[in-house]
Design a binder for this molecule. Structure first.
Ligand code: NAD
Ligand code: GLY
Length: 361
């Protein structure tokens, strides 16, 4: 097992990465506020791993669970309410601990429920998709979608621990593995050229789910994320670089209707647009841009926007992105590989031209 630490003063927490960690009570017990636990999961993950986790926590006096419907389209205030209904019906008090067992949707919703229930209770992240293991479970962004925008309602709220069991990736569908690789590739492009180069060599091993390769990719990704979040927990600056491709990607998700394109796919196509824009602005060498696009394609991700999505649709959805400041669009762009910047200082005509050229159908 490898252990990383996210250093946030009194809100610091460990990130455990290894095989069969779901079966290790010692990783959970020190982070429970009491003997009261609610496990939040969904209809896909529950039959696979809920019994195992409940067995690990069987020493708890009060061990309840709530099973949410599966899918991004259920990341809503309405479904969030079912977590509160269960907590209240089962008489959970301020000493309860919520455990998120699932992908990013379950993790984001459980974290937000923990932030709100009785004005804040403890929670532990047990991410079960590659995407949630390398990104969403770390850093404390929690929330739900609004029909008009992704993750529009939420809170920064840190977990007490993140327990990453790499074995659960065995059951992950191929499409979701690729989606997770989008966020892994993101770290290489924004901050770590040697890791980018390692990914260029090791993409086949990752797609073949070789356990050492996956564990290494997860560890490097979490280490980069932890380093950035430790500098800027609430995204007043540098943390925004973690959103490379996300402004375009969130526009794609919102336009398509949540759940049609999965988050990682939208981020993959979004990173291509961000790199191509950087290249057209003269900030990213064309060959480096091609390498980034090739790596995204090698991970099995889309490299074109959805057919039928117009430049106007992009601009409309991007206008409500959380990085918009004083009405001005800001994007994460590349000034070379390994060096992301957050800026509104780019020629909007170049962006318009890129979208005209890339949007088809
Ligand atoms: P997801 O939670 O929808 O999971 C993808 C699919 O895999 C689901 O059908 C799920 O039930 C299934 N699944 C989960 N674990 C499985 C397993 N081990 N075996 C088989 N199936 C499994 O999607 P995701 O990609 O994990 O997360 C995407 C969400 O995360 C989006 O809502 C996105 O906004 C959010 N996100 C949040 C942050 C953050 O910092 N909080 C960062 C990135 C993404
Ligand atoms: N996924 C981007 C962030 O956590 O800031």
């Amino acid at each position: 097992m490898r252990t990383l630490n996210l250093d946030l003063g009194e809100r610091s927490y460990p990130i455990f990465i290894g095989q069969s960690l779901l079966q290790n009570p010692a990783l959970f017990t020190p982070h429970l506020s009491s003997q009261q636990v609610l496990v939040v999961t969904n209809t896909t993950v529950a039959p696979l791993y809920l019994a195992q986790l409940k067995d690990t926590l069987s020493h708890c006096d009060k061990l309840d669970s709530v099973v949410l419907p599966d899918g991004e389209q259920h990341k809503t205030l309405g479904v969030l309410n079912t977590i509160f209904d269960t907590l209240i019906a089962q008489r959970h008090n301020r000493k309860t601990t919520l455990i998120a067992l699932g992908g990013g949707v379950v993790g984001d919703m459980t974290g937000f429920a923990a932030a709100c229930y009785q004005r804040g209770v403890n929670f532990i992240q047990v991410p079960t998709t590659l995407l949630s293991q390398v990104d969403s479970s770390v850093g404390g962004k929690t929330g739900v979608n609004h029909p008009q925008g992704k993750n529009m309602i939420g809170a920064f709220y840190q977990p007490q621990a993140v327990v990453i069991d790499t074995q659960v990736l065995d059951t992950l569908p191929e499409r979701e593995l690729s989606a997770g690789l989008a966020e892994v590739i993101k770290y290489g492009i924004i901050a770590d050229i040697p890791f980018f180069e390692w990914l260029e060599t090791n993409m086949p091993a990752l797609l073949a789910r070789e356990s050492e390769a996956l564990a290494y990719a997860i560890e490097v990704s979490c280490a980069i994320k932890a380093r950035v979040v430790a500098q800027d927990e609430k995204e007043s600056g540098i943390r925004a670089i973690l959103n490379l491709g996300h402004t375009f990607g969130h526009a794609i998700e919102s336009h398509q209707g949540y759940g049609d394109w999965v988050h990682g796919e939208a981020v993959g196509a979004g990173m291509v647009l961000a790199c191509e824009l950087s290249s057209r602005l003269g900030w990213l060498d064309a060959k480096e841009c091609d390498r980034a696009v090739a790596l995204i394609a090698a991970a099995g991700l889309p490299t074109e926007p959805p057919s039928g999505m117009s430049p106007d649709a992009f601009m409309r959805y991007m206008a409500i992105d959380k990085k918009v400041l004083d009405g001005g669009l800001r994007l994460v762009l590349q000034r070379g590989l390994g060096n992301a910047v957050v800026t509104g200082d780019f020629d909007a005509v170049v962006l318009q031209q890129l979208l005209q050229d890339r949007c088809i159908g």
